[in-house]
Write a protein that binds this ligand. Structure first.
Ligand SMILES: Nc1nc2c(c(=O)[nH]1)N[C@H]1C(S)=C(S)[C@@H](COP(=O)(O)OP(=O)(O)OC[C@H]3O[C@@H](n4cnc5c(=O)[nH]c(N)nc54)[C@H](O)[C@@H]3O)O[C@H]1N2
Ligand SMILES: Nc1nc2c(c(=O)[nH]1)N[C@H]1C(S)=C(S)[C@@H](COP(=O)(O)OP(=O)(O)OC[C@H]3O[C@@H](n4cnc5c(=O)[nH]c(N)nc54)[C@H](O)[C@@H]3O)O[C@H]1N2
Ligand SMILES: [Mo]
Length: 766
């Protein structure tokens, strides 16, 4: 029995009853408002719902746990600063339903494994620490102290600290993240993989090398001044809806927008601002001026083709395209880059991009005259083998245009989790920068380990080889978020102990080690009362603004504790004779911020500065136009090669994407409203020609097999849906098809799984 599909960590194979409509032509508007209200009413109730929404993203309120898009520095929306999917995120978090000890007494792990991700999540909030009882195959309630004893004993029993893995998902606050990395390094390892390893790691690697900082350079206000914004490999209508207001502002100020995406995503076409009643009945603002339907991973070829055309224009009229003053004073490597561009075979680039030549010429014409350009991107660029190259090619374009370090211009990697950027700033990183170790040593008087730790992929491999034996997850849903689900399930089951610090039940709790704990914590929306009074935490958004976040709702259970408290109490058990007074930190979070100030640059007068509810900007060398911190002391142009795509006739390229009704592995509902796909997640979106050549019709059922080197992986039963997607490309939803992403298929330099580039074939079910 233990070999059946469910122990492989995959969601059950069951259809829910699809219905299809045409993809939508605008995002938000009244349907978005109605959808938010429906979720709030069902999950939270109306009165509490209103209280929640009034505080979300307001100054002095709490930070939306949805995405990392920044809040306006000054004027916030009158109604409330949230979006449909923020409302869903908060309804899901502050659910009135509870997964309490009685729930776990009723359902064994074997039974829960049969449940869909939707049903698991809808079991409600976790209310008590739970410990797995192998005899009963059930989780049972346990005291916090006993839970911490179990973890401390297991960790202390390891031969080597590097046998433990400490994962973080990006919702953890700065305070909790700082204490967590301190605990882990004090324990003696840098094994701090995080969701970033699967997300924007490629952006960090690319930008650090090119510009000397792994973060984006723009502020929200830059969108008001940009002449051109490119949105590449990103679906803001669903994943960062409040970004649409910024794009609308660009348009209203006369700027243009180019979108590069295999799919014509609704949010990129037009936008009706749910916060501007005047928009509700009209047609909304048309956003995209030029849409380039790139083939999956055709971006590098596309941008090289654009550079080729710009360079041709520049050769005819020097200075008409490129900003030589900027290039000569701030950059290095332009001659090599332009020589490389000159040598390109333009027709080859056009073919590899999948975009027709006329559109590429239109794009180059639109870019030609612009000097203030912002480029935004997300997972469509970062989850490819050549992801770092993709991003660096965009930086090449910005540098040629002098479009970094000035108003209305710059890099904008749009982050995912609401504090993923802050967690990295706090030291959640398997490759700690030397200054961090030096400062930790100085402030806390110990020798932190210097050897790099495991990232996500290496952590999975280490657990698989039984080189790592304890897995602790600070948030997240490791089994469903990671690649190669069956392989990862084996890895987790090899562990002697798995621990998940969570708010909601998820599949990772069910694919567990020999011993297993679920530890429930407060969410963003809840009041956090400690000895010195109500506490707030701080977070950093996608544009480097650090600000406070304070919940306003009573905790859903008396037995749950905050993440900072959890780390302090565990550390007090783990290091009983320690010189660090861990328990003081939990009583008063301002003491944690004092230490952050001493260790992390840019946090001077931290406690003082966060009193401003709008927060404060961290220093950003790229924004300031200072590239002296790179290896060459200048901004670096980089050269990348376009490899031709080689597919066998039956093979297709598959990307795994999010629906409108999910937050990563949390499934809110079964609809993908903007794409017109309702009540079904097991679908594969295919081009009409590919359907003909594969002999399948709409709603036919197929199995999907991925091919990597000589390995094959198969998932069963997906329904074909005809969709406007370039030929040879197809799309499925994450996490249903994570089992197809090979553990060995990762991006160069960032080691990010290639979740948007999977070579597959389909087999029709008879
Ligand atoms: N509601 C909601 N909000 C979220 C999340 C969520 O799940 N739900 N997740 C959060 C997180 S952690 C993250 S990282 C972000 C993710 O935000 P996105 O990156 O927008 O999320 P994905 O659904 O992965 O979409 C990737 C987009 O890239 C396109 N794409 C795929 N492959 C390629 C390619 O090769 N080239 C180009 N040019 N485009 C490509 C897809 O068609 C899709 O539009 O959103 C954050 N916000
Ligand atoms: N195939 C494929 N795989 C992908 C991606 C993809 O595009 N395609 N995207 C990748 C990306 S971009 C990311 S960021 C990762 C996401 O990976 P993760 O961050 O690991 O996954 P989430 O689904 O965001 O985690 C959800 C769980 O977090 C817990 N949680 C929620 N809020 C809190 C909180 O405040 N505190 C604590 N302690 N727990 C909380 C809940 O229990 C919930 O079940 O997935 C990656 N995986
Ligand atoms: Mo992400």
């Amino acid at each position: 029995m233990k070999n059946s599909f469910k122990y492989s960590g995959q969601p059950p194979v069951e259809f829910t009853g699809v219905s299809l409509e045409r993809p939508k032509k605008f995002a938000a508007g009244i349907p978005a408002i109605l959808s938010s209200l429906k979720f709030i009413k069902k999950e939270v109730g109306v009165a509490k719902g209103i209280k929640l929404l009034n505080s979300i993203n307001q100054k002095g309120g709490f930070d939306c746990p949805g995405c990392a898009w920044p809040d306006p520095d000054d004027k916030r929306a009158l109604l409330a600063e949230y979006c449909e999917n923020g409302a869903k995120a908060i309804s899901e978090e502050y659910s009135k339903i509870k997964a309490d000890p009685a729930f776990f007494a009723k359902h064994s792990v074997a039974e829960l494994l049969e449940w869909s991700d939707l049903k698991l999540g809808k079991s409600g909030r976790l209310t008590h620490p739970m410990f797995f009882n192998a005899d009963l195959d059930k989780y049972e309630s346990i005291s916090w102290d006993s839970a911490f004893d179990i973890i401390a004993d297991e960790l202390n029993g390891l031969d080597n600290p590097n046998e433990a893995i400490f994962y973080t998902s990006g919702r953890t606050s700065n305070e909790a993240a700082f204490l967590y990395q301190l605990m882990v390094r004090k324990f003696g390892t840098n094994n701090l993989p995080d969701c970033s390893n699967m997300c924007h790691e490629s952006s960090g690697a690319a930008l650090s090398e090119s510009l000397g900082i792994g973060k984006g350079s723009v502020t929200l206000d830059d969108f008001n001044h940009a002449e051109l914004v490119l949105v590449v490999g990103q679906n803001p209508g669903t994943n960062h809806p409040r970004m649409l207001s910024a794009l609308r502002n660009t348009k209203e100020n006369g700027g243009k927008i180019i979108c590069v995406n295999p799919l014509p995503e609704a949010g990129l076409i037009a936008f009706k601002d749910p916060q501007r009643p005047i928009d509700w009945l009209g047609k909304g603002t048309n956003l995209t001026d030029l849409y380039l339907p790139v083939r999956i991973n055709g971006d590098l070829a596309l941008f090289k083709a654009i550079l080729f055309l710009l360079n041709e224009k520049e050769a005819l009229d020097s200075g008409s395209q490129f900003d030589w003053e900027f290039i000569n004073s701030k950059t290095i490597g332009v001659d090599e880059l332009l020589e490389n561009i000159n040598q390109q075979d333009f027709d080859f680039l056009v073919k590899e991009s999948g975009v027709n030549e006329d559109l590429i010429r239109q794009a180059a014409d639109l870019i030609a005259s612009k000097k203030k350009i912002i480029i935004c991107w997300a997972m469509g660029l970062t989850q490819h083998k050549n992801a770092v190259a993709n991003i660096q090619e965009l930086v090449n374009l910005l540098l040629l245009k002098g479009s970094i370090g000035k108003k209305g211009a710059g890099t904008c990697p749009v982050r995912g989790h609401s504090n993923v950027q802050g967690d990295r700033t706090m030291g959640i990183w398997e490759k700690p920068p030397p200054f961090l170790l030096k400062n930790l040593k100085k402030v806390f008087d110990f020798n932190p380990p210097t050897a790099h730790g495991y990232d996500v992929v290496d952590a999975i491999k280490a657990m698989h080889l039984k080189k790592a034996k304890v897995f602790i997850g600070m948030g997240g849903n490791f089994i469903s978020a990671t690649p190669d689900t069956a392989f990862t399930a084996e890895a987790l089951k090899n562990c002697s102990l798995t621990v998940h610090v969570s708010t909601k039940l998820n599949r990772s709790h069910l694919i567990h080690g020999k011993k297993a704990l679920i530890l429930p914590v407060l969410g963003r929306s809840e009041l956090d009362l400690q000895k010195s009074g109500y506490q707030f935490v701080t977070v950093e958004n996608s544009m480097g603004v650090v600000h406070s976040s304070k919940g306003n709702m009573p905790p859903i259970s008396d037995a749950i504790i905050s993440e900072p408290e959890l780390v302090c109490r565990l550390s007090a058990k783990l290091f009983p004779m320690d010189t660090i007074n861990w328990l003081d930190f939990k009583d008063d979070y301002s003491l944690i911020r004092d230490k952050i100030q001493d260790v992390i640059p840019g946090f001077e007068s931290y406690n003082e500065k966060v009193k401003d509810p709008a927060g404060f900007y961290l220093p950003n060398n790229a924004r300031a136009g200072d590239f002296s911190v790179t290896s060459t002391g200048k901004a670096n142009f980089t050269i990348h090669h376009v490899n031709p795509l080689e597919l066998n006739p039956r093979e297709l390229l598959m990307m795994t994407i999010r629906t409108h009704d999910q937050y990563n592995t949390t499934i809110y509902g079964l609809n993908d409203r903007y794409r017109g796909i309702y009540n079904e997640r097991r679908v594969i979106l295919m081009n009409e020609q590919d359907m003909i050549s594969n002999g399948v019709q709409n709603l036919d059922v197929v199995d999907i097999t991925s091919h990597f080197k000589n390995e094959q992986r198969t998932v069963e039963k997906f329904m074909v849906v005809r969709y406007p997607i370039p030929q040879k490309c197809c799309a499925t939803y994450f996490p249903e098809t994570n089992a197809l992403v090979p553990i060995g298929s990762v991006a160069d330099k960032s080691n990010t799984p290639t979740s948007k580039f999977i070579v597959i074939t389909i087999q029709k079910k008879i």
